[in-house]
Structure formats: structure tokens, C-alpha cells
Write a protein that binds this ligand. Structure first.
Ligand code: SF4
Length: 207
């Protein structure tokens, strides 16, 4: 079925999920264009200017996923929620491949997902609806204030979604940050409800 819907897309590729709770699983990544959050350590800065990336038919994205037949499809960015994901999720649904969203949570939720990873940023905190419905909270750690932020976000998730299962809690050291690695490990040792997330795809030279 042709919907004619388009999204600005930076890249689409089949790899493994390299971070978070689903590390190691076969995944197609749909990296949508556009992000206004402006994290100084961002490793996908090329995604920021949305109009420098092409418009791609949703059908084409679905074909990519269908042909790869992965364990899951990860809709990421950029900040994917800065585009409306409703049509994409509807078009992917017949494939029955779990749809995962990776978001900083700065824009309202659109679309429907089997798994939502919220990676909130201190300088631009997330929307309440993402705090209430995320399945995984993943906080990047560079300095001690990031740990305080992580704890505050975990508390906010609990307060926003008391009737649902609390999200899995991940601390991810900033890329190349020895301080972040040390802080994250020490924190996890003291607070075992948290787990370490590492970007193993980078070690393996995978996209
Ligand atoms: S939210 Fe993600 S894509 Fe946007 S600037 Fe931050 S790390 Fe980069």
C-alpha cells in the first residue's frame, strides 16, 4: 500500500544494537534528520540541519526493514520526535518487528512503539509524557552532575508512571570519557538498580 508519506532521513542501515538493554541484537537503524538539542558531545552532528537531508518515502524505509528482517527496528536521530512518526509506525506495524524509539524526549510522542529509550539531556529536560511511558532510561555520564540528573530523572519516571513497570536504568559513559566511565561504574556499584551501557558498536567499527 502506498501512503506517500515522507520523512527527512540521514541514513538507514542494518547493524547490531550497540548500547542499552538490547545490546547485541540485530537491528535496522532508521536515523532521522534534524535535532535542535545541541549536545556538545554529540557524535551525529551531521544530523542536526534537517533540510540538508533528503526526503524519503516511508515505503522505502519499510522495504529496508523488510529485506533485512532484523530482530528490531530502531528509530533514532537526530531527534526523531521532531518529525511526526505516526505514518512510519503504521507502515511498519504489519512487519511485526518490534519498533524501538531512541529519543531525548524534547518533543511530544508520536507513533507507537514496543520499546522507548529515553536519553534525557540536562540542558533540555524531557517532556512529561516520555517520562511516563519510557521502558529504558539511559543517561550519558561525563561529570558528577550527570549522576544527580540521572537520579532525578529516575525519580521523575517513577512519579509520572506509578501504575506501570519502572524503566530499566542505564548509565552510559560519554564517548572517550575516563571520568564518566569511573563515575558510572562507582555509581552502579553503590546503586545496583542501574546498569552500565557501553557503545560496543564503536569498538567493533560498526555503524
Ligand atoms: S539529542 Fe542526540 S542527536 Fe541531538 S544533539 Fe543531543 S546527542 Fe546529538
Amino acid at each position: 500500500m502506498t501512503t506517500g508519506h515522507v520523512l527527512r532521513v540521514m541514513e538507514q542501515f542494518h547493524s547490531i544494537q550497540g548500547e542499552g538493554v538490547h545490546t547485541g541484537r540485530s537491528a535496522v537503524f532508521l536515523r532521522l534528520a534534524g535535532c535542535t538539542v545541541g549536545c556538545p558531545w554529540c557524535d551525529t552532528k551531521a544530523s542536526w540541519p534537517i533540510h540538508s537531508h533528503p526526503l524519503v518515502l516511508v515505503e522505502h524505509l519499510v522495504d529496508t526493514v523488510r529485506q533485512a528482517h532484523p530482530a528490531l527496528v530502531v528509530i533514532t536521530g537526530g531527534e526523531p520526535l521532531q518529525q511526526d512518526l505516526t505514518a512510519l509506525c503504521q507502515a511498519l506495524a504489519p512487519l511485526a518487528i518490534p519498533r524501538h524509539l531512541e529519543t531525548s524526549g524534547v518533543a511530544p510522542l508520536s507513533g507507537s512503539f514496543e520499546w522507548i529509550t529515553l536519553s534525557p539531556k540536562r540542558h533540555q529536560p524531557p517532556q512529561g509524557d516520555l517520562l511516563a511511558c519510557c521502558d529504558e532510561l539511559k543517561v550519558i555520564v561525563h561529570e558528577p552532575a550527570d549522576l544527580e540528573f540521572a537520579m532525578a530523572m529516575a525519580t521523575a519516571c517513577k512519579a509520572r508512571g506509578p501504575s506501570r513497570q519502572a524503566p530499566q536504568l542505564c548509565l552510559q559513559p560519554g564517548a572517550g570519557s575516563a571520568t564518566g566511565t569511573h563515575l558510572a561504574i562507582r555509581h552502579i556499584q553503590k546503586h545496583p538498580q542501574w546498569r552500565l551501557s557501553l557503545q560496543i558498536h564503536k569498538w567493533l567499527g560498526l555503524p
